[in-house]
Design a binder for this molecule. Structure first.
Ligand SMILES: Cc1cc2nc3c(=O)[nH]c(=O)nc-3n(C[C@H](O)[C@H](O)[C@H](O)COP(=O)(O)OP(=O)(O)OC[C@H]3O[C@@H](n4cnc5c(N)ncnc54)[C@H](O)[C@@H]3O)c2cc1C
Length: 460
C-alpha cells in the first residue's frame, strides 16, 4: 500500500493523466516475460521528462518507496517484477532520439526509445547500431542497457555493453550523475558506465544514453544450411569458428523449433530437417562472397544436406523474421514457456546440445533448442504447464541441471537475459559467496534504503 499523501505528491509531479492506480492497470505491470509469480504494485507513474523523473525518485527516496523502472517489460529474468509497496516507473514517454551525430558516429537517446527505431533511423544515414535482441521491435534501449542485452549479431559485433559510450542517470536520491563521453576514448574517473550496464535498475535510473554507431556493412549474404542431425549442425558451428571465419550471425534451430516456427511463420523452412543453421556474413562486397563460399563448402563437408543463399532482401528478411518468431512460435505449443540462456565457450556447443537432449530425456520434458550458437549462447526452451505441479518440479530440476552443466563446461548462467529475480538464488554457484557479498556492499553503499528494484541480482 502507499499513503494517499504520496499519491497526491506523485500526481502533482506528473499530472493526473500520468499516474495509474487502478487494479486493472496494476495487473499489467505485475509481471514480465519471466515465469514468476506476479506482484501488484501500488502505482505506475509515467514521467514525460527528465525533471519529472528526478522529482519522482527524490520523493520515493524521502519516503522509502521502492521503485522498479520498466521499459517494455520483455525481460526474461523477472527484472521488472515490482514490490507491493512500490511504484513502477514507466519510460514509455521518455522516448526521444535526441541526436544522431554522423560525423562522430554516436547517438544520444532517452531510455524509452525502441531499439528497432534507432536501428532504422541510423540505417537511413548509412550507419549501423548492431545490438539486435530478438525482441528489438518492442524492447527499449534503456532495458537493453540495463540488461546488457545481446542478440543475433553478438558473434561478430558484440553486445550492448560494446556500444555504450556514456550515460546520465539518477542515483537513489535523485542526484543527476554523468559518466562517459561522446569521444571514442575516455579514461577519466571510475568506469561507472561499465558498472551501470547490466545493473537492472538496481544502482540508478538512466535518462540519457550515448551509443556508439559504426559504418553499415556494404554487403551481406544470408544462408540456410539443412542437416539431418543437430550433432552435425553443432559440430559445424565449432568448425566455422575454428576455421577463423566470423559470420555476423550463426544461429541454430533444432527440429522441435523448426516445426514450431514453420507452422507459425510459413517461411518455407524444411520441417523434416534435424537441424538448421541460419548464417549471415557481412562486410566489404569483395570479401563477403568469398566468406559465404568458404562457409558453404565447410557446411557441406561437415554433413549439411544442402545450403541455400537468400536470393534477395525479401528472402533474407523472411529468414530472420522466422528466426525472431521462435519464441512466439514455441509459446503456442503449451501454456508455460521458460526460455533459458545458459552459455558455454563456443567449442563446447556440441557437448551442450547433447547434454540438453539428455536432460530433456531424463526429466521427460519438452525442450526446444535454438539460439546464438556462434557465441555459445543457446536458448533451451522448456514447454510445460505450470499448473501441473508434478511436471513443474521436474522442470525446475532440469533447469538447475542445465545451469550446472553450463558452469561445469566453463560457461555462465546467463549470456544475455540477466539475473533479475529468476537467477538471483543461483548466482552464488557461478560467482561465489565473496562476489555476492561484495556486490551487496556496493549496492548498500549506493542505495542504503534499498529502494532501487529490490531483490534483483543480489537477492534479498
Ligand atoms: C521474444 C523475445 C525475444 C528476446 N530476445 C532477446 C535476445 O535476443 N537477446 C537478449 O539479450 N534479450 C532478449 N530478450 C529479453 C529482453 O527483450 C531484453 O532483456 C531487453 O533488453 C529488455 O528490454 P525492455 O525494454 O523490455 O526492458 P524491461 O524488461 O522493461 O526491463 C529490463 C530491466 O531493465 C531495467 N530498466 C529498464 N529501463 C531502465 C532505465 N531507464 N534505467 C535503469 N534500468 C532500467 C528494468 O528495471 C529491468 O531490470 C527477448 C525477449 C523476448 C520476449
Amino acid at each position: 500500500m502507499i499513503r494517499q499523501s504520496i499519491i497526491k505528491a506523485l500526481q502533482k509531479i506528473v499530472g493526473k493523466e500520468n499516474l495509474l492506480t487502478q487494479k486493472e492497470d496494476m495487473l499489467t505491470y505485475s509481471y514480465d516475460a519471466a515465469v514468476l509469480n506476479p506482484v501488484i504494485p501500488a502505482a505506475a507513474v509515467i514521467p514525460e521528462n527528465t525533471e519529472m523523473l528526478g522529482e519522482i525518485i527524490a520523493l520515493c527516496h524521502e519516503n522509502r518507496i521502492p521503485v522498479t523502472v520498466r521499459g517494455s517489460g520483455t525481460n526474461l529474468s523477472g527484472g521488472t517484477i515490482p514490490e507491493t509497496s512500490g511504484i513502477v516507473l514507466l519510460t514509455s514517454r521518455l522516448n526521444k532520439i535526441i541526436e544522431i551525430n554522423e560525423a562522430d558516429m554516436y547517438a544520444v537517446v532517452e531510455p524509452g526509445v525502441v531499439t528497432a527505431n534507432l536501428a532504422a533511423q541510423v540505417e537511413k544515414m548509412g550507419l549501423f547500431y548492431p545490438p539486435d535482441p530478438g525482441s528489438m521491435a518492442v524492447s527499449t534501449l534503456g532495458g537493453n542497457v540495463a540488461e546488457n542485452a545481446g542478440g543475433l549479431r553478438g558473434l561478430k559485433y558484440g553486445v550492448t555493453k560494446d556500444y555504450v559510450m556514456g550515460m546520465r542517470f539518477f542515483d537513489c536520491q535523485g542526484n543527476h550523475i554523468k559518466t562517459g563521453s561522446k569521444t571514442v576514448k575516455c579514461a577519466t574517473g571510475y568506469n561507472l558506465t561499465g558498472l551501470m550496464v547490466g545493473s537492472e535498475g538496481t544502482l540508478g535510473i538512466l535518462d540519457r544514453i550515448i551509443l556508439k554507431l559504426i559504418p553499415a556493412p556494404k554487403a551481406r549474404v544470408a544462408m540456410v544450411a539443412v542437416y539431418n542431425t543437430i550433432e552435425q549442425a553443432s559440430e559445424t558451428v565449432a568448425g566455422i569458428i575454428s576455421a577463423r571465419i566470423l559470420p555476423a550471425t550463426l544461429e541454430i534451430l533444432d527440429n522441435f523449433t523448426i516445426r514450431a516456427v514453420e507452422n507459425f511463420s510459413k517461411a518455407g523452412l524444411p520441417k523434416d530437417a534435424g537441424a538448421l543453421l541460419l548464417i549471415e556474413v557481412d562486410g566489404h562486397p569483395a570479401l563477403v562472397g568469398e566468406e559465404a563460399e568458404q562457409i558453404r563448402a565447410l557446411c557441406l563437408k561437415m554433413g549439411a544436406n544442402s545450403i541455400e543463399k537468400a536470393e534477395n532482401e525479401a528472402q533474407r528478411d523472411r529468414i530472420w523474421a522466422a528466426r525472431r518468431s521462435a519464441l512466439s512460435a514455441l509459446a503456442q505449443l503449451k501454456p508455460t514457456l521458460i526460455l533459458e540462456d545458459a552459455t558455454v565457450p563456443r567449442s563446447r556447443i556440441p557437448d551442450m546440445v547433447s547434454a540438453i537432449q539428455g536432460i530433456a530425456n531424463t526429466y521427460k520434458i519438452d525442450i526446444g533448442t535454438f539460439g546464438h550458437a556462434g557465441d555459445g549462447n543457446l536458448h533451451p526452451t522448456i514447454l510445460t504447464d505450470r499448473r501441473n505441479k508434478e511436471e513443474f518440479k521436474r522442470v525446475e530440476k532440469a533447469i538447475e541441471e542445465i545451469f550446472d552443466t553450463a558452469l561445469a563446461m566453463g560457461g555462465t548462467l546467463s549470456g544475455e537475459h540477466g539475473t533479475g529475480l529468476a537467477k538471483a538464488a543461483f548466482l552464488e554457484k557461478e560467482a561465489g559467496v565473496s562476489s555476492i557479498l561484495f556486490s551487496r556492499r556496493l549496492r548498500a553503499a549506493l542505495d542504503p534504503h534499498n529502494i532501487l528494484n529490490p531483490g534483483k541480482i543480489t537477492g534479498a
